[in-house]
Design a protein around this ligand. Structure first.
Ligand code: RB5
Length: 192
């Protein structure tokens, strides 16, 4: 399967490099798909462990999300922070995203004032796909289409009612089985 853009070299032949990259992307995709399927059935959708992190602009909403998810049966890894003292959001985004990367948590949810700083920081990390979401349509779509493993929210942007609705949809929605989405994600991985 050729995932990289097909182009011609000076002699007009298809590029070998593109072919090799395509095979590598395919291998990465198959490995990740198998891992996701095993985790999905081993842990059960409703029992996944979720990492939470916030800065001073998001800790109130983060604590509401924590209570909400615990009531729904999720185990939580709370990476802080827990007060209004000014902190730097990357210091909290990284440990939560790292917990996803090393398998301690299935997903992470990050909250700052806007969600923007947290999402930028998390997306710097290889294999993290973080979506900044403030509506329920995107919450569902980003799980189905992008297989996002991190969600970012802005406490100063939306109220807790909508935020918890987004969290529930994002946590419960599985990745689509449609191969076109997996192919696009593999192309993102190849950029890292
Ligand atoms: C903190 O004041 C604020 O900048 C932070 O919470 C976040 O909104 C950054 O993107």
């Amino acid at each position: 399967m050729l995932l990289a853009t097909r182009g011609t070299n000076h002699s007009g032949a298809l590029s070998d490099t593109a072919g090799r990259l395509g095979k590598e992307q395919w291998r990465i995709f198959v490995r990740r798909a198998l891992f996701s399927i095993i985790m999905y059935y081993a842990m059960g959708v409703s029992a996944v462990k979720i990492a939470l992190a916030a800065d001073h602009g998001g800790f109130r909403l983060k604590n509401e999300i924590k209570l909400f998810l615990e009531q729904r049966g999720h185990e939580i890894l709370d990476c802080g922070c827990d007060c209004a003292d000014s902190v730097d959001y990357p210091d909290y985004a990284v440990p939560a995203a790292q917990a996803v990367l090393d398998g301690r948590c299935a997903r992470a949810i990050l909250v700052c004032g806007t969600g923007i700083g947290m999402s930028i920081a998390a997306n710097k990390m290889s294999d993290i796909r973080c979506a900044l979401v403030h509506d329920t349509f995107s919450a569902k779509a980003t799980r189905e289409h992008n297989d996002t493993n991190v969600l970012a929210l802005g406490e100063r942007v939306i109220g807790p009612g909508l935020a918890l609705e987004i969290v529930a949809i994002w946590v419960d929605t599985p990745f689509s089985e449609d191969g076109r989405h997996a192919r696009r994600i593999a192309k993102i991985s190849a950029l890292e």
